[in-house]
Structure formats: structure tokens, C-alpha cells
Write a protein of this length. Structure first.
Ligand code: ZN
Length: 382
């Protein structure tokens, strides 16, 4: 499993954890990230802040969030509308889950626990998803939601009749506060048991189509595709059905192909893709080449091409993935040059808008761009 992150939120919380230790200014930036990602990742950021002695900053932030929520509710219909939309989303999710199998009768203890259902939510990745993604999936892509729920159910070791019964039980009590389901800590289970699948080709193609949906689904599915038996030729199947250029979906799918190919074939393919006009494709190559450093497959020529890329985000991807890798003299020099001014132009990872090298954040969506100087500094210091 070389490249693909299981959970997007890991990246956000790891970045925040790294910020915490630097200075109070950095800790304040990390505080702002609380609540911008899923529950457990927010908890991880809070823990890091507590450990570093910034408990007062966390308390301040929690007070601020509470006030903002109260103000938003006071402003009225917009927030209430969104809350209603979310309740509908939850109902759609529960109905889909309740349909995965005929229900088994539930004992009293199970009604109190709802263990299968809570873990299923975590395995789907709902609690860690970006705001709005679960809504989008439920309301705009109902067939994809159905396929996703069925695939997760088939590939993981859930007790399906019990899972269906728990979902039905919550639905029956939908007049009560069921959305609190998301606040019960659960754990994600492996979605990798291909041995029970009756039509593996169909499952593979279904998962590949889900790579083109939303992030939390695509990341879970990518991981699962990499666990598929070799005979399924996942690399070829994904390569023949790549998401279109110019989005994170393409980057993720390219990484799946590289990870799934035998390594020599992957290196040859990465060489071709390192000259692709699409920065997201090249960014996946940067990721892949950086992860290979320190292994016997290290390919400095490939990696250096990405560190010299004319798109700053491609360079930054290589730098980020080089963290804690041993850098020899040649790579050290290439890393150092990656942050030389003038900074290269860059393509926003979030919305694909091209930005000039002088811009710190995206002119369209304000997402922060590459931080070449900071990342090079960290690599050369460590
Ligand atoms: Zn943008």
C-alpha cells in the first residue's frame, strides 16, 4: 500500500499536529482547523494542542464555535433548512442500509448499542467526510450511494441482518434525535474481504465507478481496490476508465494504477505520466516517486523531474511525501532548488483554478497553495 491515504482527514489533522509544536502563531492556525474536519480528526488536533499546553486556546475556540452556532440559528431559515436537509440525508442513508439484508430480531441490549450501525457509518467514512459530501451523495447520486452501501456491506465482515435491523430501528424512532448517531464513537472495519464476492468483476467495475464520486467514498474504494485479488487486473481496469483530467479524482485513480501495477511496469508508466499535461496526473507521479525513496526501487531521475515541475503543487506533493525520507546529496540539492524564487505558477487542488506563483491562496476558492519554502525548510532541517 504505497500511496493512497485511507482518510482525507488524516492529512488535515496531521498538518495541524505538525503546526502545533512550532509557535503560538502556528498553534492558532491549528485551532482554526478544529471542526473543519470530521469529529475524530478534530479530537486529534485538540489532543495535540492540549499536549503542547494550549488548552486555553482550545477552550477559546470551543466558546467561539458555540457562539457562532447560536448566531447562525438566530439568523433563521438558512440554518434550519440545512439541518432539515441533513436529517433527510440521514434518513436516506438509513433506508439504504436497512435494505442490505432481511432484518434479524434485535435484543434489548443491541438496541442500546447499535454497534453494527455505528461501525458501518465509520467504515463508510461519513463521520470524517467533508461537509456537504454526504448530502450530495444522498440527494444527487442515490444510485452511487446504493452501490457504495452494498459494496461496503459485501466486502466487510458486518453481521448484515443485524445491521439492517439496527438501521430500521433508528428509522422507526426518527421523531427522536437520531442524528446523534454521528456522535457515538465507532471504528472503521476493513473493507477487503474479496473471497465471498460472487461476481468479482462486477464488484471491481462498480468500485471503479465510485472513484468518480465524492472524496470519502473514493478514498475508501481506492483502498479496497488495492486489496483485490491479482487476477482481477485492477490496474488495467482503472487505467481504461480514468476520471477526467483536472481533478483530485484523476490524481487518486492514477495512484491506484501505480500502486496496483507490478513495480517495474509502474515505474515505466510513471515515466510516461510525468510528462502528462494534466498537473493532477503529474502530482500522483510526484507522490509515487517520493514514497519510493529509501527503497530499492528509488528512482531519483523521476522524482527530480517532479521537483522541477512547472506547477508548484506538483513540486509540493513531492516535498510533502518526502517527509522523514533519507535524502542523499543529489536529492538534497534538488529539494533545495524546488523552493527557489521565482515560485512557479500552480493549479488549485480544490477547484483546479490556475494561480500565479506570487499568490499564497487560490484566487477562486481561497484554498492555500503550495508552501514550497516551508516544506523544503522542514526537509533540510530534519
Ligand atoms: Zn481553488
Amino acid at each position: 500500500m504505497l500511496g493512497v491515504d485511507r482518510r482525507w482527514g488524516d492529512a488535515v489533522s496531521a498538518a495541524a499536529e505538525a503546526l502545533v509544536t512550532e509557535s503560538e502563531t502556528e498553534a492558532r492556525i491549528a485551532v482554526e482547523l478544529i471542526g473543519k474536519t470530521g469529529m475524530s480528526h478534530s479530537e486529534r488536533i485538540k489532543d495535540a494542542l492540549h499536549r503542547a499546553g494550549y488548552a486555553d486556546l482550545v477552550r477559546e475556540q470551543e466558546k467561539k464555535t458555540l457562539e457562532e452556532t447560536r448566531k447562525a440559528f438566530d439568523r433563521g431559515p438558512d440554518w434550519k433548512e440545512r439541518f432539515r436537509h441533513w436529517s433527510e440525508t440521514e434518513t436516506i442513508f438509513l433506508e439504504t442500509i436497512a435494505a442490505v439484508a432481511p432484518s434479524a430480531p434485535l435484543g434489548i441490549r443491541e438496541r442500546r448499542g447499535l454497534d453494527e450501525l455505528v461501525d458501518f457509518y465509520y467504515t463508510l467514512g461519513v463521520p470524517e467526510s467533508y461537509g456537504g459530501e454526504a448530502d450530495w451523495l444522498a440527494h444527487e447520486l442515490p444510485e452511487a450511494l446504493c452501490l457504495y452501501v452494498e459494496s461496503v456491506a459485501a466486502l466487510s465482515d458486518f453481521d448484515l441482518p443485524k445491521l439492517a435491523a439496527e438501521a430500521a430501528f433508528v428509522l422507526e424512532r426518527s421523531d427522536e434525535d437520531t442524528s446523534s448517531l454521528l456522535y457515538i464513537p465507532g471504528k472503521s472495519r476493513e473493507m477487503a474481504d474479496w473471497s465471498q464476492i460472487t461476481d468479482p468483476e462486477r464488484m471491481r467495475d462498480g468500485l471503479i465507478s465510485l472513484l468518480k464520486t465524492v472524496r470519502f467514498v473514493a478514498h475508501t474504494v481506492a483502498w479496497s481496490l488495492l486489496q483485490a485479488p491479482a487476477g482481477l487486473e485492477v490496474a488495467d481496469a482503472v487505467r481504461m476508465n480514468l476520471p477526467k483530467a483536472g481533478s483530485w479524482r484523476r490524481q487518486l485513480a492514477v495512484l491506484v494504477v501505480l500502486d496496483a501495477l507490478p513495480i517495474q511496469d509502474a515505474l515505466a508508466q510513471a515515466g510516461t505520466w510525468s510528462k502528462d499535461p494534466d498537473p493532477f496526473t503529474r502530482s500522483a507521479v510526484a507522490h509515487y516517486a517520493a514514497v519510493l525513496v529509501g527503497t530499492k526501487w528509488e528512482d531519483d531521475e523521476l522524482l527530480i523531474r517532479t521537483l522541477e515541475d512547472h506547477d508548484g503543487e506538483v513540486r509540493d506533493e513531492a516535498l510533502i511525501r518526502l517527509k522523514e525520507k533519507p535524502l542523499g546529496a543529489v536529492l538534497g540539492t534538488a529539494v533545495e532548488s524546488a523552493a527557489e524564487e521565482p515560485f512557479p505558477d500552480w493549479t488549485c487542488l480544490q477547484c483546479a483554478t490556475p494561480n500565479s506563483g506570487e499568490q499564497h491562496s487560490c484566487g477562486e476558492c481561497k484554498t492555500v497553495g503550495p508552501e514550497l519554502k516551508r516544506h523544503v525548510g522542514e526537509l533540510l532541517a530534519g
